[in-house]
Design a protein around this ligand. Structure first.
Ligand code: NAD
Length: 550
């Protein structure tokens, strides 16, 4: 089969740019994905469409969709087209939502096997994935926060140990280098190591722990950054590093530990053997994965005892270890609560824009605009300079930038004006990660240890999605967890296309203001000072029921 890549250039296959944009974004997630043949984009099972007939039916529907119609998608399968109006979303989706009591991994695998459901991941099924770049600033901001909190502001001469070089984990080595550290990433699949080297995200590879540690030591000594991919299994390598008495400064893991069958590879298994066991004996594979994860997490806890800064980077590794009997697994912090919550409370999070023309110059023009007009925003201007220098494009040229309430709208409207005036070679699509202020309830990642105990309430992402529909976004989606995340999360995704029209001005303004607005209110409701401050400063219309109880 021919490899799918996103169409570039000015020609439309659809009846308007909004439909064409979504079609290119669908192609783009496959172009950037980990396993195109199986429509898998990242996180082991996160798919762009349910199956190939669904994919082709979506392509066909988008090509024929009128401006005043809405395509409905259920877990990666197109269901029908409805007459709506030109300001309605052109695509609405619900992916992998299973009623609470039934939302277990076993039921998910069963429904998947029957072809009734698929997991859309967060940005895979919503056609928003932009390669490893999507999480890179998040990982970088975590490292920078750790540097400020524990290492006098710099990771020069510091050693980061982590694992996993998949669709998301692949961002870790580059983020480590950008933070000036020496970073060692353990990965069991040589193909993934090679891919990150080819894409410019990883510098060196070896299958020898001795050699890897020698490179790390040399870089530490010289105060230079380096990224090393070590072919090996994290549940064997972490305990061995411990045994040698080495204490890394920072320890994490971004293997696909959330999925015991399709994600994590247990100690003693090759990638090929794990694939065979998936079919032959998934129960045994899951049991072995659980045991290996427990071993790895015990090592992570011991690193913590010995002084490393250890954190869970959003892969549910602690929940799995806890299930396997590691009672103190949750002594390891989750990155959101430990490092990023003050930003999320102001709705500052992973915003992104994608050049639908395929022209990298469009992204560079926007970079320049940000440097000239957002110099007061230290996070954004520091990031744009670094991204320009270090982050290679994958698929359609794109950029991620952590912007907050009001700033996203300001940037998007300026970009729409540039499209209108012909300063860019084509329209730009805006979206954000589902891991964003109002958009995700996940009691073991995004909303762990919320101040008011509202961790598991999924009203917020549902409200967020409905509000985005009311605000005229182009694509709105509601996802819940699949595979090992079944029952763990609900999230909402959104995409809006800056096609240079006056209508796009309205869509961008309402959607982006309201999307971040509800994010700030979610944190204000939970009592976060930063959010209450943002409400005051930005004039967000919050209703405080306490005013009525006096
Ligand atoms: P992926 O499936 O594309 O890659 C996982 C990688 O881990 C693979 O390359 C695999 O070979 C490797 N691996 C598996 N078991 C291993 C082991 N025992 N030792 C060493 N390597 C091993 O997944 P991904 O998209 O990279 O996501 C990784 C995890 O991060 C997932 O759990 C995902 O849900 C989570 N995630 C976190 C964030 C965030 O914001 N922090 C965002 C997205 C995804």
């Amino acid at each position: 089969m021919e490899k799918i890549t996103a169409m570039r250039g000015p020609n439309l296959r659809c009846k308007g740019w909004r439909q064409e944009a979504l079609l290119r974004l669908l192609e783009n997630v496959l172009e950037n994905g980990e396993n195109q043949q199986e429509l898998i984009v990242y996180a082991s099972l996160g798919k762009a469409a349910r199956n190939w007939p669904s994919y082709y039916a979506i392509v066909d529907a988008l090509k024929n969709l009128e401006e005043d119609e809405t395509l409905v998608i259920q877990s990666g399968k197109p269901i029908g087209i409805f007459k709506t109006h030109p300001f309605a979303p052109i695509v609405v989706m619900a992916n992998c939502n299973i009623v609470g009591k039934w939302a277990t991994s076993e039921n998910f695998y069963d429904l998947q096997e029957k072809g009734l459901i698929c997991w859309g991941g967060l940005t895979a099924g919503a056609w928003q994935y932009i390669g490893s770049q999507g999480v890179i600033q998040g990982t970088y901001e975590i490292f920078q926060t750790i540097a400020r909190k524990y290492f006098n502001g710099s990771l020069k001469g510091r050693f980061i140990l982590t694992a996993g070089l998949g669709g998301m984990g692949g961002a870790q080595p580059l983020a480590g280098v950008m933070a000036e550290a020496a970073i060692l990433v353990v990965e069991v699949d040589e193909e993934r190591i090679n891919k990150r080297i080819d894409h410019g995200y990883l510098q060196k590879k070896t299958n020898s722990l001795d050699e890897a540690l020698a490179w790390i030591d040399a870089a530490k000594e010289a105060g230079e950054s380096v990224s090393v991919g070590l072919l090996g299994n994290a549940s064997e390598i972490y305990p061995e590093i411990l045994r040698r008495g080495i204490v890394p400064d920072i320890v994490s893991d971004q293997t696909a530990a959330h999925d015991l069958v399709y994600g994590y590879i247990p100690a003693g298994f090759t990638v090929e053997e794990a694939k065979q066991f998936r079919k032959m004996n998934p129960e045994l594979l899951a049991k072995k994965s659980l045991e290996s994860i427990a071993t790895e997490v015990r090592a992570m806890l011991e690193f913590k005892n010995r002084g490393s800064i250890v954190f869970d980077n959003g892969n549910n590794i602690r929940s799995q270890a806890f299930q396997a009997g590691v009672e103190n697994a949750f002594d390891i912090d989750i990155f959101t609560e430990a490092f990023l919550r003050p930003l999320f409370a102001r709705a500052i999070g992973p915003f992104r824009w994608i050049a639908l023309s395929g022209n990298p110059e469009d992204i560079r023009t926007i970079d320049q605009y940000i440097l000239e007009n957002f110099s007061h925003n230290e996070i954004a201007s520091n990031w744009i300079k670094l991204a320009n220098k270090y982050v290679p494009f994958e698929g359609l040229p794109a950029r991620i930038g952590w912007f907050g309430h009001g700033e996203r709208t300001e940037l998007a409207l300026a970009v729409n004006k540039m499209v209108k005036e012909g300063k860019l070679s084509g329209p730009i699509a805006f979206s954000r990660d589902h891991l964003d202020a109002g958009a995700m309830a996940h009691p073991n990642i995004m909303t762990e240890r919320m101040k008011d105990g509202s961790d598991a309430i999924s009203d917020w992402p549902l409200i967020n999605a409905m509000l985005n529909c009311s605000s005229m976004a182009d694509l709105v989606t509601i996802h819940s967890g699949g595979g090992g995340y079944a029952g763990y999360m609900t999230s909402a995704g959104v995409t809006i296309v800056a096609d240079g029209t006056n209508e796009a001005d309205l869509r961008l303004k309402y959607t982006l203001d309201n999307d971040t607005g509800i994010g700030v209110l979610r944190y204000a409701d939970a009592g976060y000072e930063e959010a209450l401050d943002e409400v005051e400063k930005k004039g967000i219309r919050r209703i405080n029921t306490e005013d009525y109880s006096k």
